[in-house]
Design a protein around this ligand. Structure first.
Ligand SMILES: Nc1ncnc2c1ncn2[C@@H]1O[C@H](COP(=O)(O)OP(=O)(O)OP(=O)(O)O)[C@@H](O)[C@H]1O
Ligand SMILES: [Mg+2]
Length: 359
């Protein structure tokens, strides 16, 4: 006798999304569920991100649950993904950008801790998982994206309806003030001008359909950063720190700043935490259990991981070829594997914050 579909669905209620802590049926993740007369089941599970850190686990749990049913002969599970759009506070006066589901800021209190390096490599790592990703270089005083992505001297084109097309590199859409001004022009913006620039970069750029728009913020926690954080439709912020005491102190101010304007903290990443042997590429975490982790614990926000010092990161940036883009996903090791892993954790956090509406 053929197995009833209801029976299969019931079994899938025992499969929990390990991050969202609800069953996949209640979460609406079961897209297709068919069984033929021989007991061959086909299920399609729609994940909340193509960069789901636990996709293999979920797939195996679905197979296990279905195979346990009497009469089920074989199970074939397909995975698809659909990123949910952030729910922005309607009273916050922040207009969502049409087509852009999640705007994430990368911030730090201190300069030079690796925000731009982290933003670029994480954006590309997310895109390599199949997500649609944009990068907004909001460091209006010292834009780095043109160099980091090998786009120096390129100029974006206008659209027929008066918007600007972002440039494309390594599978992501990119916009930077560096594309609009000559390289040696000193960039002197005053507060109100910066606010206008940010608005234009968010609203007047033809971003198209994006799952994640990563915003590389300028260093510091002054008025400029506060205005940018307050006026942008951010769904969350990633904090980059280095293990040194001073960077940690400044990162506390950055966390406090985002919390003040109700932007959830997606997590803390500790950069330059250890080193990579230039010969064998093995990672040694010389500052293990360092300040980043303690900072995250103190503010009760997730610690997403450590990125070691690797001189290849700087070299790759200098030639405009981000390191994550240089190794195939399956063969990634060392610091590239670290970035790929961090991208999954970050995407997981976005899904959790969007599902629960909590930081
Ligand atoms: N993990 C790392 N290993 C080696 N070099 C790194 C690492 N992270 C960043 N760097 C290098 O450190 C320098 C500063 O990094 P980056 O420009 O990304 O920092 P930032 O926080 O964006 O700086 P700013 O505050 O000026 O915007 C760059 O030369 C970069 O190549
Ligand atoms: Mg920077």
């Amino acid at each position: 006798m053929a197995v009833a579909r209801e029976h299969l669905l019931e079994a899938l209620r025992s499969v929990e999304d390990p991050e969202l802590h609800r069953d996949i049926v209640a979460l609406g993740m079961v897209k297709d569920l068919n069984v033929d007369a021989e007991g061959n089941v086909h299920a399609t599970i729609n994940l909340t991100t193509p960069a789901c850190p636990l996709k293999q686990h979920i797939k195996e749990e679905v197979e296990k649950a279905l195979l346990a049913i009497e009469g089920v002969h074989a199970v074939d599970v397909s995975l698809t993904a659909e990123v949910k759009a952030a729910r922005l506070d309607p009273n916050g006066g922040k207009a969502a950008i049409p087509g852009v589901k999640n705007v994430l800021a990368v911030g730090s209190g201190k300069g030079g801790v690796g925000k731009s390096t982290v933003s670029v490599n994480l954006a590309i790592a997310l895109a390599r998982q199949g997500a649609r990703v944009g990068l907004l270089d909001a460091d209006f005083y010292g834009p780095n994206a043109p160099i980091l992505l090998g786009l120096e001297g390129e100029r974006p084109k206008g659209t027929p309806d008066g918007k600007i097309h972002p440039l494309e590199a390594y599978g992501i859409s990119v916009m930077s003030v560096g594309f609009l001004v000559a390289e040696d022009t000193p960039l002197v913006w005053r507060g109100p001008m910066l606010h206008g620039l940010m608005k234009q970069f968010l609203e007047d750029v033809a971003w198209g359909e994006l799952d994640y728009l990563v915003v590389d913020l300028p260093p510091g926690t002054g008025d400029v950063q506060l205005t940018l954080a307050q006026s942008s439709p951010l769904m969350g912020a990633l904090i980059v720190v280095t293990p040194q005491k001073m960077a940690i102190g400044d990162a506390k101010k950055a966390i406090a700043m985002f919390q003040k304007v109700n932007v959830p903290i997606l997590g803390v990443v500790e950069n330059m935490s250890g080193f990579v042997c230039p010969k064998c590429h093995e990672i040694s975490y010389i500052f293990s259990g360092g300040g980043g982790q303690r900072l995250a614990e103190q503010f009760q926000v997730p610690f997403l991981g450590q990125i070691p010092l690797d001189q290849r990161l700087g070299q790759a940036s200098d030639i405009g070829r981000p390191l994550v883009a240089t190794e195939p996903l399956e063969e990634a090791k060392g610091v590239v594997a670290v970035f790929n892993e961090l991208a999954l954790r970050l995407a997981g956090r976005v899904s959790v914050v969007n599902a629960e509406g909590i930081a």
